[in-house]
Write a protein that binds this ligand. Structure first.
Ligand SMILES: [Zn+2]
Length: 278
């Protein structure tokens, strides 16, 4: 079944040894995905990989809010590539990387204060960290404007703040709220802007908390994603995620909307092609 996994990190080391098989399987039915960058280093490796398989791969370049501070603050043992990340990240390198023809978006970038609680900072430190993250995000909004590319947004909880920053930056382009986990109020605010899409990931298969939003979101505002190697959908939860598991996300959406899986896959494929301007 042909799919478009609209958020994946196939360039990550977690896929070493498996990548060629995944790509050759995807080529059989022209399924597509995007190598999303979350640091300068893995943006570069994502671009190189996409350039090599440009029939089915595209890429995005960006610095995730976890990597926006000037020191190695985010430690995730699963993310082995992280050791190779140089701090502070030189955001200006994104402009050069974006010159490659496989680059179809800026991101993932955005706002995520969730890890500050592990950092034992004073209130004043936290304020500084927040400002740094906002600066990093604003820089990338500016770059998307300059290069006329859509944004891939990583937002945790702070949807209203992110929307305000986009507004203040006078951003008029397209954006996807990747891994959307917002509340109904956030959903209602985002849906007002026709250029904003919702990216639904494997977490929607874990429980029923997003069912109401999924029933309500119009099909033309929806794309589906794995965020592989992370957060595999049920029944693969806890395993290494991979692009083809996006079909499980389509399955849940199909059930809630009372349409076929094929219909969900077809529409989200078309939506992603349009969104990334392929
Ligand atoms: Zn991601």
């Amino acid at each position: 079944m042909q799919f478009f996994d609209s958020h994946c990190h196939l360039q990550f080391e977690a896929f070493d040894g498996l990548r060629d098989q995944i790509l050759s399987d995807m080529k059989k039915d022209n399924s597509r995905t995007i190598n999303v960058g979350s640091s300068i280093e893995n943006s570069e490796s994502g671009v190189l990989l996409a350039d090599k398989h440009n029939d089915i791969l595209i890429s995005s370049v960006g610095v995730h809010p976890f990597h926006s501070l000037g020191f190695e603050i985010y430690r995730d043992t699963d993310e082995a590539h992280n050791l190779k990340i140089q701090y502070p990240q030189d955001l200006n390198k994104l402009r050069k990387l974006a010159e490659s023809s496989s680059v179809k978006a800026i991101g993932e970038c955005g706002i995520d204060f969730s890890y500050f609680k592990d950092l034992k900072g004073e209130e004043r430190d936290i304020e500084i960290w927040k400002q740094k993250q906002i600066e990093c995000f604003s820089f990338q909004i500016g770059l998307a404007k300059e290069l006329d590319l859509p944004l891939i947004l990583h937002i945790r909880k702070e949807y209203q703040l992110a929307l305000n920053i986009l507004k203040e930056s006078n951003f008029k382009g397209k954006a996807v709220f990747h891994f959307f986990k917002g509340k109904v109020d956030d959903f209602k605010e985002i849906i007002k802007n026709e250029k904003y899409l919702f990216g639904l990931s494997g977490v929607i298969t874990y429980d029923t908390s997003r069912d109401e939003i999924i029933r309500e979101v119009p099909m033309d505002r929806l794309i589906i994603e794995t965020d592989a190697p992370y957060v595999a959908p049920i029944p693969f939860r806890g395993e290494l995620n991979q692009p083809k598991y996006v079909i499980k996300i389509a399955e849940k959406i199909a059930k809630l909307k009372g349409i076929s899986i094929e219909q969900v896959l077809e529409t989200t494929f078309k939506n992603a092609m349009e969104f990334f301007n392929i």
